[in-house]
Each structure stands twice: as structure tokens, then as C-alpha cells.
Design a protein around this ligand. Structure first.
Ligand SMILES: NC(=O)C1=CN([C@@H]2O[C@H](COP(=O)(O)OP(=O)(O)OC[C@H]3O[C@@H](n4cnc5c(N)ncnc54)[C@H](O)[C@@H]3O)[C@@H](O)[C@H]2O)C=CC1
Ligand SMILES: O=C(O)C(=O)Cc1ccc(O)cc1
Length: 301
């Protein structure tokens, strides 16, 4: 992609206000400008340092710690803080919203958005939650980049009866910055993401913790020889602690349910190893290899 590529269509929005200019907020701000989706992007962040950095990097036209100032003249507000801050931000946001505005978000869990932000949305304002399934283990405004959402999924979870025009605008926004959009019910989203994203992160946090609890001489060997699978786990386990605390606290039921099944399956493999059941192990690994190959084939198709 050329940095000077001209936008192909007129801006979809006049002014977008992004609340939280970290990895995802700053990536979205960059993308909306780069692909000409918004005429102007401003942001609000509780961190004065992140505000200053966003302006210094030229990511946004204006950055402020004052939510009211950021919302002036905005037609869309995007919540891009950790999910645990949504209730507080939603409460502050409520009185500042004007009819016709769209409120959306990028949170990794979706039922919590309806629960925590929904009650603060006045009549005539449209709450259309979304989740770009794209990210990295890094945080903050410097970590973002305009192409983060290119070729990635974005799941949009409109509540029942959502305004169709508003849904269409949020979907179009993500498509124009390169994402493929899927519409989904919030409850279903949280169950699917519990297995595809939340459980893998929990496993990575566990395995890296287990390795660091080993006696010192073994631990140094683990670090020395961590070129294999363990190294991939350390990348995931370096993900933002506050963000992931909030994901687990706000998708508690789905994560606990999937963790229960995972533990049972792990115990079955543990038994197979203990009793030398090679055929069972090989069958299992053959099935998982086919799943991986299926994913790769589907991507290439
Ligand atoms: N990191 C990732 O790979 C992905 C994250 N997400 C979601 O995106 C959201 C943001 O995550 P990141 O950008 O990774 O986090 P980040 O830590 O890089 O950025 C969060 C920003 O929000 C600001 N903030 C925190 N509380 C605030 C408050 N009460 N008011 C105003 N600003 C506040 C912080 O100062 C920071 O600048 C989360 O909800 C997360 O679940 C979604 C997809 C991928
Ligand atoms: O860095 C990785 O491998 C990720 O899995 C990024 C990520 C983190 C959280 C999300 O809700 C979506 C994507």
C-alpha cells in the first residue's frame, strides 16, 4: 500500500471522536484518515502523555483529556479503552450525545458493551458495537499502524432493532479500512471468542507463569532454548495486563464454560500419556493437524 494512495470515495463521516488512543484507537485513527473515511479524527484519552504523543505523531488533529471537548461536532464516537472503563466512559458520555450520533466500540467482548454503555445512550442515538479481530501484544499510541485491519475480520454486533442506516455506516467504515465484516449476536460473539482468543491467551499466561516458577537452573534453560513453541506463547503472554484482566472479568461465563471443557480434554490426554495409549494420542494429533491444514486452505482459497 502506498502512503500517498488517494481515497477512492468521499468521507463517510465528518468528524470521528475516538476515546482511548492506544494500539487499537490509534490504528483506527490512522486508518480512517489514511483511507479517507473521516474528514477529521480527534481523540480523548485520560492520559495527557498519550494525548501529546498522538498529536506529535500526527495521528489526530486534536487530542484532549476532556470528553466534552472531543465530542464537539463529532458524528461518531468510538470507545477504544479497556472494556473495564466502558461503564465509566458511557456514564460521562451520555449527557454529551446528540440525536443522530453513532456510538460504537472496539472491545474484545460484546455483551458487556450493551450492559455497561447501553443504559447511558439517549433516544435517537445509535449504539452499534464492533470488534476488530486484529491486534498485537503491544500497547499505546506508538504501537498502532494504519494497515492493522487490512484483510482481518471485524465482527459487528447490533442489538435487536438497531437502526439499519447506523449499522450500515459502521459496517462500511470497517470495510473501507480493509476489514471483512460479519454481523453476529453479542452472546454468540462472546462464546466464539472465548475459545478462539480468550482461552489461548489464558493458556499462554499460564504456561509462561509455570515456566517462570521452575527452579532457577531450569528457568535459564527455558529462556535459552525458547526458539520453539514456547516463544510464541511468550509473545501472547506479553499482551496488555489491564486489557486482558478486563476481558476475563467481562466474559466470565463463556470463558469458565470453555475452560471446563478444555480441562476435561486435557485430562483425557494426560490419561492417554500415563497409560501409554499411543493410538489415542496419534488420532488426536492427526485430527488437529487436519484442522490447521483446513484453516490454511480456506485462507488460500
Ligand atoms: N490489543 C489488541 O490486540 C486488541 C484490543 N482490542 C480492544 O481494544 C480496546 C483497546 O485496547 P488497546 O488499544 O490494545 O489498549 P491500549 O492500552 O493500547 O490503549 C487503551 C487506551 O485507553 C486509555 N484509557 C484507559 N482508560 C481510559 C478512560 N477511562 N478514559 C479515557 N481513556 C482511557 C489509555 O490511556 C490508553 O491510551 C480494548 O477494549 C480491547 O479489548 C480489540 C482488538 C485487538
Ligand atoms: O496478538 C494476537 O495474537 C491477538 O490475538 C490480538 C488480538 C487480541 C484481542 C482481540 O480481541 C483480538 C486480537
Amino acid at each position: 500500500m502506498s502512503e500517498t494512495a488517494a481515497p477512492l470515495a468521499a468521507p463517510l463521516f465528518d468528524r470521528v471522536a475516538i476515546v482511548g488512543v492506544g494500539l487499537i484507537g490509534s490504528s483506527l485513527a490512522r486508518a480512517l484518515t489514511h483511507y479517507g473515511v473521516a474528514r477529521q479524527v480527534v481523540c480523548a484519552d485520560r492520559s495527557p502523555e498519550h494525548c501529546a504523543k498522538a498529536v506529535e505523531l500526527g495521528i489526530v488533529e486534536r487530542a484532549t483529556t476532556d470528553l466534552a471537548e472531543a465530542l464537539e461536532g463529532a458524528d461518531v464516537v468510538v470507545l477504544a479503552t479497556p472494556v473495564g472503563a466502558f461503564a465509566e466512559v458511557g456514564e460521562q458520555l451520555g449527557p454529551l450525545l446528540r440525536p443522530g450520533m453513532i456510538v460504537t466500540d472496539v472491545g474484545s467482548v460484546k455483551q458487556a458493551v450493551l450492559r455497561d454503555v447501553g443504559p447511558h445512550i439517549p433516544d435517537g442515538v445509535h449504539l452499534i458495537p464492533g470488534h476488530p479481530v486484529a491486534g498485537t501484544e503491544h500497547s499505546g499510541p506508538e504501537a498502532g499502524f494504519a494497515t492493522l485491519f487490512q484483510g482481518r475480520w471485524c465482527i459487528v454486533t447490533p442489538p435487536p432493532g438497531a437502526n439499519e442506516g447506523a449499522v450500515d455506516k459502521v459496517v462500511t467504515m470497517w470495510r473501507r479500512i480493509g476489514s471483512t465484516v460479519e454481523l453476529m449476536d453479542a452472546n454468540h460473539h462472546d462464546r466464539v471468542l472465548a475459545i478462539t482468543s480468550h482461552l489461548p491467551h489464558l493458556i499462554a499466561y499460564t504456561i509462561v507463569g509455570t515456566a517462570s516458577d521452575l527452579e532457577d537452573d531450569t528457568k535459564s534453560e527455558v529462556i535459552k532454548f525458547s526458539a520453539g513453541g514456547f516463544r510464541d506463547f511468550t509473545r501472547i503472554a506479553a499482551s496488555d495486563p489491564v486489557m486482558w484482566r478486563d476481558v476475563f472479568l467481562n466474559n466470565r461465563e463463556a470463558v469458565l464454560e470453555i475452560l471446563q471443557r478444555f480441562t476435561e480434554d486435557l485430562t483425557a490426554l494426560q490419561r492417554a500419556i500415563r497409560w501409554g495409549e499411543g493410538e489415542q494420542l496419534q488420532d488426536h494429533f492427526t485430527k488437529t493437524r487436519a484442522i490447521r491444514r483446513g484453516i490454511i486452505d480456506a485462507k488460500q482459497a
